[in-house]
Design a protein around this ligand. Sequence first.
Ligand code: TYD
Ligand code: MG
Length: 456
Amino acid sequence: MAKAKTSFFCQSCGHSAPKWLGKCPSCGEWNTFVEELVEQAVHPAEVWKTKGSPKSAAKPKLLNEVSFENLPKLTCSDPEFNRVLGGGIVPGSLVLIGGEPGIGKSTLLLQVALSLTQTRVLYVTGEESEQQIKLRADRLAAKSDSLYILTETNTQSIFRHLVDLEPELIIVDSIQTLFSDQIESGPGSVSQIRECALELMRFAKESGTPIFLVGHITKEGSIAGPKVLEHLVDTVLQFEGDRHMIYRILRTTKNRFGSTSELGIYEMLGSGLRPVTNPSEILLSQRDEPSSGIAIGTLMEGNRPLLVEIQSLVSASSYGNAQRTANGYDGKRLSMLIAVLEKRGGYKLATQDVFLNITGGIRVDDPALDLATCLSLVSSYEDKIIDSSICFAAEVGLGGELRSVTRIDQRIAEAEKLGFKEIWISKYNLKGLNYKPNKIKVQSAATLLDVILHIW
Ligand code: TYD
Ligand code: MG
């Protein structure tokens, strides 16, 4: 076998060099260079083909001649999961599911595997023993006669098993535990993750078998491993939520087969994950006692829409200087909005202490939250409650006018998905509005005062 061609890559940023370097010239990290395979003499994914199946050389094809007939999507009994994937599992797709440890990734995938009773599923695990998986399956109280478990972490061995089993769906838990003989560095290193993912992708594309990969995430919240992993796969799903709470959200952050504005909501019960079909129950259940000072705004996090609750407390200041305290919110922006409310709305806030809090402990800086922030302040100042089915998405200008915000369609779709009945936006946003809401009423206004007059 001819010697494979290798190059050196920085484990931190992916910078490549023909020889080993102590310090990366790109990111400045020390001792991060590792040798990696660039060109292989025989690709390891070839192993699965040794039995029959002649190598089919891909030829250029007329787009009009490409047919969809052999592309039926695999649907499971979980409607949230199908929706997040864009209607079902696409043959030959490579899907990455990221999430914090203990959030329920293994549970979710095992549940999906168990629900596909007519499909031969192979669950490859490098994290747990067969007994542990069996225990979990018993807990989920589901049975399948076509689910196989394989405890293996070497990709070449996995490919060998695939030849005999010919599974119709493969689940790999997790990509960080896999290793390929082609690379010398240990499992979990950037080069191993990249190589294993590439091998699996090649298998998925050539055999038409869909593969799910579980990916761990780093402290910062991104999927551990090279960014190329996310570029390589067809779909990236994020499973998130607070481990101390029972609700989990499954979001699509990338999908080559569907929209990324979908999200699935689950409830973690003793018997597994239950899809929540009416998500508004989450927000409503958290606020059974309505109180003043609460307003819901929409926020874009990257390309993900989120709804956040803004809480404020406005109370007469007993000292000379009024206090302004903001948690998770830009203090300068708060001062600006207070000034707008004073000048344009006549609210006497100069003598009031103002405390603002974003619930859930997150930091926000989307100007589309301005309107919700202002209404939360007015609500607390006047001690009037805002109906919990209303949310807001508009920027507030210095003249008290409402300005349009980006991605209004996605924000409205998210609010509708979460069960809100009414969303207030700037009238200037109506022009670019493409989304056709059916359950939510889109209200528009020109100024902040219009909204205040209308909702109370
Ligand atoms: P797990 O799927 O192991 O998480 P991950 O693979 O993302 O690390 O989920 C583990 C958590 O889920 C664990 O804390 C126990 C809880 N759980 C339930 O509450 N109910 C269940 O039926 C199962 C199987 C797990
Ligand atoms: Mg797990």
